[in-house]
Write a protein that binds this ligand. Structure first.
Ligand code: ATP
Ligand code: MG
Length: 482
């Protein structure tokens, strides 16, 4: 599993990595640094890119902090940058692109977070150290001044980085009072970097979890998405559940942990869910697009209907009838509350709703008609449904697992074969609306729609038909109608 604890980081390795990364960005930071210096301003690479340079995971996004105010920054970038944007101006940020580099330059800040407001109050600061002191974690509070390349690390970020630990620059309680979103960010960075969160920080998160409620759903969602799409999502999710944050932002997840029945006859649905998530991640290359949020979130939500549908039948049998349908409903509601787009909501809910369908397949008992319906109902989520259904097998019984795998291989082969023969993905009735109206001699209206549905059903049940046969069937249906 990708969650194995990474080995400790050696400072000598960090030095080497940084030297290499600096070499790569030297042309840009030297040039830009000189521009600001010549205008009498300070400029420093800060936060994520400094941390990531040390970890050897620096991408092409470079964040800087500066003593210059945004209008001055804008002037200094004009004529140098290839493109410029200022959507962040109210927050002190000017962005630009220079070659392959995305640059964001933000004026020193000394903001306080007003606990009753949803927006941070921006107040410009006057020193680099002051700016670093208001950042979330010590590993994000390091800076490299340019062009002179001075290393600024007032809170011991490099020590915490070597120990793979997330710690706040000041007291965590004060930090989380200023901005409760930082509690989510702790879990997100734990998931992204594979770091531990310092015990006093976990304690503060636990004590203050409820404060997350003042944060807008959009900001919470963005952190949750980053956490779920990270290399170690289990780490972040465990932390959210342990601290109680999940009870506010994703209550369906801790609810699964209550599902263990007294006799331990039923698997712990919570642990099962985390394994399904990891098994789904293992298959993501099928989609060929890197981390896939929809697929991962569907894995996380696929059983959320279980707590509400659990019944204890006679003889100690536990059932979860319709937990797929109920789960899809719960998923929609949660994603709506977190302000996800309708497309994302539809995709995840569809996967949750269909995740059990394959269980009727047995050893290949489905008719071609059932296979067609499966493909049609999955629509553009078919590939993800393959992933989820396969991931949903967490039995330790090797023989059972192998049998399920083989049955699913078989289903996929049948889908491929039928698709080749019939263009399954775009199943349409054998006659179109115009033909229906002509054959029945009726004008556009509800009846044409009904005839169309009838032909579509027929097409699914019987496969493609000749125009003659379809016409005969349509007329028979029409005649039998009252
Ligand atoms: P990435 O961009 O890879 O997700 P990052 O560390 O750059 O990671 P951002 O959210 O882009 O994270 O934030 C940039 C920097 O700004 C952080 O490294 C941190 O120093 C600071 N920061 C961002 N959000 C907060 C916050 N809510 N409270 C305090 N500091 C923050
Ligand atoms: Mg960033």
């Amino acid at each position: 599993m990708p969650d194995a604890r990474p080995s400790p980081i050696l400072i000598s390795d960090v030095q080497e990595t940084v030297a290499r990364e600096l070499e790569r960005i030297a042309p840009l930071i030297d040039d830009l640094g000189a521009r600001f210096r010549d205008a009498g301003h300070e400029l420093a690479l800060v936060g994520g890119p400094v941390r990531d340079a040390m970890l050897g995971r620096l991408q092409n996004d470079l964040d800087f902090t500066t003593s210059a105010h945004p209008d001055v920054t804008e002037k200094l970038l004009k004529g140098w940058a290839d493109a410029l944007w200022d959507m962040g101006r109210d927050f002190g940020t000017i962005g630009c692109r220079k070659g392959e580099w995305q640059v964001e330059i933000t004026t020193y800040r000394s903001e306080k977070y007003d606990a009753t407001s949803r927006k941070p109050d921006v107040a410009y600061g006057d020193s680099l150290v002051g700016d670093l002191g208001r950042r979330d974690f010590t590993v994000n509070s390091m800076a490299l001044t340019v062009p002179d390349r001075g290393f600024e690390d007032p809170f011991g970020g490099i020590v915490d980085l070597a120990a793979r630990t997330l710690r706040t620059p000041g007291r965590p309680e004060d930090s989380f009072s200023d901005d409760p979103l930082r509690m989510m960010r702790a879990a997100r960075f734990a998931a992204q970097l594979g770091f531990d969160v310092a015990p006093e920080v976990v304690a503060a998160m636990t004590a203050m979890a409820g404060r997350i409620e003042i944060i807008s759903a959009e900001r919470v969602r963005d952190e949750l998405v980053k956490l779920i799409c990270a290399p170690y999502p289990r780490r972040g999710l465990l932390l959210l559940v342990e601290t109680g944050l999940a009870s506010y932002v994703l209550p369906e997840l801790p609810a699964l942990a209550l599902e263990r029945d007294e006799h331990h006859r039923h698997k712990d649905v919570y642990e099962h869910t985390l394994i399904v998530l990891e098994q789904s991640i293992d298959q993501e290359e099928r989609l060929g697009n890197g981390p896939d949020f929809v697929s991962r979130f569907a894995a996380l939500m696929h059983d959320v209907g279980k707590p509400r549908t659990r019944r204890f039948e006679d003889g100690g049998v536990v059932t979860f009838h319709h937990h797929d349908v109920v789960g899809a409903k719960i998923t929609r509601k949660r994603m709506k509350a977190l302000r996800f787009s309708n497309d994302e909501i539809d995709a995840v809910a569809k996967l949750v709703e269909l995740h059990l369908r394959f269980h009727g397949y047995g050893d290949g008992e489905w008719t071609d008609s059932a296979v067609r319906r499966y493909v049609r109902d999955a629509g553009d989520q078919l590939e993800r449904l393959h992933i989820l259904t396969r991931a949903d097998c967490t039995t330790r019984n090797q023989r059972k697992a192998a049998r399920l795998r083989k049955a699913y291989d078989d289903l996929e082969e049948r889908i491929a074969r039928l698709s080749e023969e019939e263009e399954l993905a775009s199943i349409r009735p054998d006659l179109d609306g115009t033909q229906i109206m002509e054959i029945l001699g009726i004008p556009p209206g509800r009846e044409v729609g009904e005839a169309y549905s009838f032909l579509l059903e027929l097409r699914m049940d019987e496969g493609p038909q000749s125009e003659e046969d379809a016409k005969a069937a349509l007329l028979a249906w029409w005649a039998a109608r009252v």
